[in-house]
Design a protein around this ligand. Structure first.
Ligand code: T6T
Length: 415
């Protein structure tokens, strides 16, 4: 019997040591890259083979991702590794104590010095870094060159100012044929905030004061930007019926089908528009978004973060470092041609980024403004979306809506 117990004990020890040597981690991936399912499966498989670490991963669409994460973290059941939007999620989560500080890992890693320096601010909270940026982007005008030609417009001369935008969009709109000149993002989503911000920043306005203590958009520049943005739908009618429930992603698909000629997009759009309709390849272009006073853009992207309660932080870091490695990014671009890597070495080397569309993205990148990296950003953004919707729905004038949103946002910031 003793021999049997001994054998059983050593078997148990063996199982335990194998389990200890092979930790497993849960990973939630969000953002537009979740569409590239096959590539994720391969990345995970290769990582598991190289490290022996088991990865249980889920790909989650943008529209439901934030709420799902908040619910999981609130219940203390967040995944080990999460992708977090560079639009304010990292400081929001860090302020609640949900994230592991990454400074110690970053100090030892060769990836750190490769990240574009202007992105770090989006993953910091109170001077501590909680995220490793994975992809980044800025927003530009995407346009369908075939629709331009059919409307008698020269595709090599995209609209530059708001006046150009309105006159081009009118020429490109034909309600009988259900084709529209410009897609205004109006759904209750971050992309509506981003759409408004593109107009606001290009008119010399700001969302908040520089110390993030008060709203700053209720200025002549901000109200004019709101009016021009919403007039495209309410007055000029160059954005399709249903604008209140559409966002950039819907317009990208409509552009692929030659139904919407212009909309906001960015480097993540290139693989996706071509997936929606391969025939669009060569029939769309990117340009600096038409502006009020000056060319402008808004920075975006995603970082990977580690949950404070993770039991496998080192394995989680290994995964994050792996997906942000030169080789994984190089391969990603070879296959998909976008989005924009946060690594400067890959961006410099990748032939895919020499394309003229990419020149537009890279040229405007240093000028792209942040969304304020503050814990209150998701709530602030929520009120901006309601402000835009109230004007689009004809419930308020731009000035009334800006007054309302200013009051709401000031009280959020001064709670
Ligand atoms: O730019 C990112 C993100 O920062 C934004 O909030 C929504 O759009 C993107 O996901 C585009 O990839």
């Amino acid at each position: 019997r003793l021999v049997f117990v001994g054998a059983l004990l050593s078997l148990l020890l063996l199982v335990a040591s194998v389990a200890a040597a092979a930790p497993s981690i849960t990973v939630w991936i969000g953002g537009h890259v979740v569409e590239q399912e096959k590539t994720w499966a391969e990345i995970v498989r290769n990582f598991e083979k190289e490290t022996g670490i088991k990865v249980n991963y889920q790909l989650i669409g943008f529209d439901v991702y934030y709420d799902k994460l908040v619910t999981a973290f609130t219940a203390g059941e967040g995944p080990d590794v999460t992708f977090a939007d560079l639009g304010g999620w990292v400081p929001t989560f860090a302020s609640k104590g949900w994230l592991e500080p990454l400074d110690a890992y970053l100090a030892k890693s060769s990836v750190t010095s490769q990240i574009w320096p202007n992105i770090w601010g989006t993953v910091e909270y109170k001077g501590v870094r909680y995220g490793l940026p994975w992809y980044t982007d800025d927003r530009v005008l995407l346009y369908n060159t075939r629709m331009f030609k059919e409307a008698g417009l020269d595709p090599s001369k995209p609209p530059q100012t708001w006046n150009d935008l309105i006159s081009y969009a009118k020429k490109l709109t034909n309600p009988q044929k259900r084709t529209y000149g410009y897609g205004v993002s109006g759904k209750k989503s971050e992309v509506t905030t981003l759409g408004y911000m593109m107009f606001l920043l290009s008119n010399g306005g700001q969302v908040l004061t520089p110390d993030y203590a008060r709203a700053a958009f209720n200025s002549p520049a901000g109200v004019e930007a709101l009016k021009v943005y919403t007039d495209l739908y309410t007055v000029h009618q160059v954005s399709p019926p249903g604008t209140l429930s559409y966002g950039e992603d819907d317009y990208r698909t409509m552009m692929a089908q030659n139904r919407v000629a212009m909309a906001i997009g960015g480097p993540w759009s290139f693989p996706l528009i071509e997936m929606a309709n391969p025939a669009i390849k060569g029939n769309y272009m990117a340009a600096v978004h038409p502006y009020g006073k000056q060319p402008a853009s808004v920075l975006g992207g995603w970082a990977s973060v580690i949950s404070k309660t993770s039991k496998n932080k080192d394995a989680s870091w290994k995964f994050i470092e792996y997906v942000t490695s030169y080789e994984v990014w190089r391969e990603w671009l070879r296959r998909h041609g976008g989005p924009m890597p946060t690594r400067q070495d890959v961006a410099k080397d990748a032939p895919e980024l020499k394309d003229p569309k990419w020149r537009v993205i890279l040229d405007i990148f240093p000028k792209a403004g942040f969304r304020p990296p503050i814990p209150e950003w998701p709530e602030v953004s929520d009120r901006i979306q309601t402000m835009v919707q109230n004007v689009l729905a004809g419930k308020m004038t731009p000035q009334e809506a800006a007054n309302w949103a200013e009051r709401e946002i000031d009280s959020i910031l001064n709670r």
